[in-house]
Structures are given as structure tokens and as C-alpha cells.
Design a binder for this molecule. Structure first.
Ligand code: SAH
Length: 256
């Protein structure tokens, strides 16, 4: 491979899983309740193998790397694979507005962006199963008051039940990443809509954590709305101490 190609691939977050049992375990972590499944970044297909053989699934994969796409075409001729960037994919076209699950040993360089895209499409994505760097997995599953609790913890747990399934050692990848990994599962909860303006809720959560050491009274100033209706005990706290319900309450009282 020419040097430039090697360098370019570094930016694709390519760490191929070597351990078949872990791949199988990830595939088996899908609940099976969602027939449409999209794999992000199948690479050389280690996980794909366990998904294409399940005839109950309407299975698609999206892979950005041309060389990997060629490999997949050759080894899994019946696989539906899109060559492209998941972050640019219009998900409504793929499964014709039907709900779909997302699975993958994800490219870690875009972990947060993948999760924000899931959040933005929460009513189309009932389930997510897959591997992230351990720190991101912990953040997603974190509860209020913990050090890792952050924007994605609040936003995702507002609409999903989040589970940290298991930790994965760096040596089962080629090349090994610098950090440990972990597999998580998100399943859409029963909340169809929050009891507040959801766009403003997203802004309040992001703004609150933007300056995570400040109390909400100070952190929320950039929003430029009156805080007069918000109870003092909420304003005195920092974002990392607040539950989803607290953020919903703050959002509601900001609006009025
Ligand atoms: N699932 C494979 C590969 C994991 S590495 C395995 O477990 O071995 C991450 C994969 O995501 C790589 O194949 C990389 O080319 C692909 N990728 C990186 N960015 C992407 C993007 N924006 N959209 C789709 N695929 C992407």
C-alpha cells in the first residue's frame, strides 16, 4: 500500500477485530425484535459474517473505505453494502422510514458523532448494539453524579435504556487501539416525547455541560432566557448532578 494510503486510513479509525467469539457475542446482543439492521463500518466483515447468515434480518452495511467494500463484495456477494459515510447518510431513504437497529464495531474517531446522529434519529432507531472506546461506552451508560456523566449520558438516557455489556481488551484488535473498548446496548424506552420543547432541552443539556464546573445559574446564561421560574435548588447544582427529569423541568420553566 502506498504511504499516503496508509496515512489516510489512520483517519478511518480502522481497528479490525481478530477475536471471532467477541464478534459473535456482539451480533448475539441484538434483541432480534428489529428486522431492519444497519452495520456501520463492517471493514473485513468479521461481525458481518454473523449478521448476513441470519435470514430473518433485512441487513445493510455502510462502509467508507473502497478497499474494504471490494473485499466485502468478493467474500459476501449477497451483502447489501453502501460505499459511503454514515454521517452523511440520509437514513430515511434506506429502510423507507421503517425503524432500524444500528450495530457495529464502530470507527472510534467518530463515536460521538454516531451517537448524536442516533439521538437525532431516535424515533427511527429503536436499538443500538456495538463497540466503542471504553470511555465513551461508560459515558453513555453513566448515571448522574459520576465523573463520566455528560451530554450524551443525559440525551441518550432520556430516550433509551442504556446497558454496559462487557469490556474488551485492546489486544484483540489489529492494530490494537490505545485504549480499552466496551460493548453497549441502547434500547428505546417508552417515552415518545419529553414534557418540554425537545430542541430547547438539547440546547439546555449541551449548554449546561459546556462549563461543567459552573452552577446551572451561571452555565445557562448564554441561552439568554429568564431563570426566574426555576427553583433555586436546581440552579445551585452543576449539570453533572442533574437527572433527565431535572433537565426537563429546567427546560419547561425556561420556556414560560
Ligand atoms: N467492523 C470491523 C471494522 C472496525 S474498524 C471489525 O470489527 O473488524 C471501523 C470501520 O469503520 C473501518 O472499516 C472504517 O473504514 C469504517 N469507517 C470509518 N469511518 C466511517 C464512516 N464515516 N462511515 C462508514 N464507515 C466508516
Amino acid at each position: 500500500m502506498p504511504k499516503d494510503d496508509v496515512r489516510a486510513k489512520k483517519f478511518l479509525g480502522q481497528h479490525f477485530l481478530k477475536d471471532e467469539r467477541i464478534a459473535e457475542r456482539i451480533a448475539q446482543s441484538l434483541s432480534g425484535e428489529v428486522a431492519n439492521v444497519l452495520e456501520i463500518g463492517p471493514g473485513m466483515g468479521v461481525l458481518t459474517k454473523y449478521l448476513v447468515q441470519n435470514e430473518k434480518l433485512n441487513f445493510w452495511a455502510i462502509e467508507i473505505d473502497t478497499e474494504s467494500v471490494e473485499y466485502l463484495h468478493n467474500h459476501y456477494p449477497s451483502l447489501n453494502v453502501i460505499e459511503g459515510d454514515f454521517l452523511k447518510l440520509d437514513v430515511s431513504t434506506l429502510f423507507k422510514d421503517q425503524p432500524f437497529a444500528v450495530i457495529g464495531n464502530f470507527p472510534y474517531n467518530i463515536s460521538s458523532q454516531i451517537l448524536f446522529k442516533v439521538y437525532d434519529n431516535r424515533n427511527a432507531v429503536p436499538e443500538v448494539v456495538g463497540m466503542f472506546q471504553k470511555e465513551v461506552a461508560e459515558r453513555v451508560a453513566a448515571k448522574p453524579g459520576s465523573k463520566t456523566y455528560g451530554i450524551l449520558s443525559v440525551l441518550l438516557s432520556a430516550f433509551y435504556n442504556t446497558e454496559y455489556l462487557f469490556t474488551v481488551d485492546e489486544h484483540v484488535f489489529n492494530p490494537p487501539p490505545k485504549v480499552k473498548s466496551a460493548v453497549i446496548r441502547l434500547r428505546r424506552n417508552e417515552v415518545s416525547a419529553l414534557d418540554c420543547d425537545e430542541k430547547l432541552f438539547t440546547t439546555v443539556v449541551k449548554t449546561g455541560f459546556n462549563q461543567r464546573r459552573k452552577t446551572m445559574r451561571n452555565a445557562l446564561k448564554p441561552i439568554g432566557k429568564s431563570l426566574a421560574n426555576i427553583p433555586e435548588d436546581l440552579l445551585m447544582k452543576r449539570a453533572e448532578q442533574l437527572s433527565v427529569a431535572d433537565f426537563v423541568m429546567i427546560t419547561k420553566l425556561l420556556e414560560e
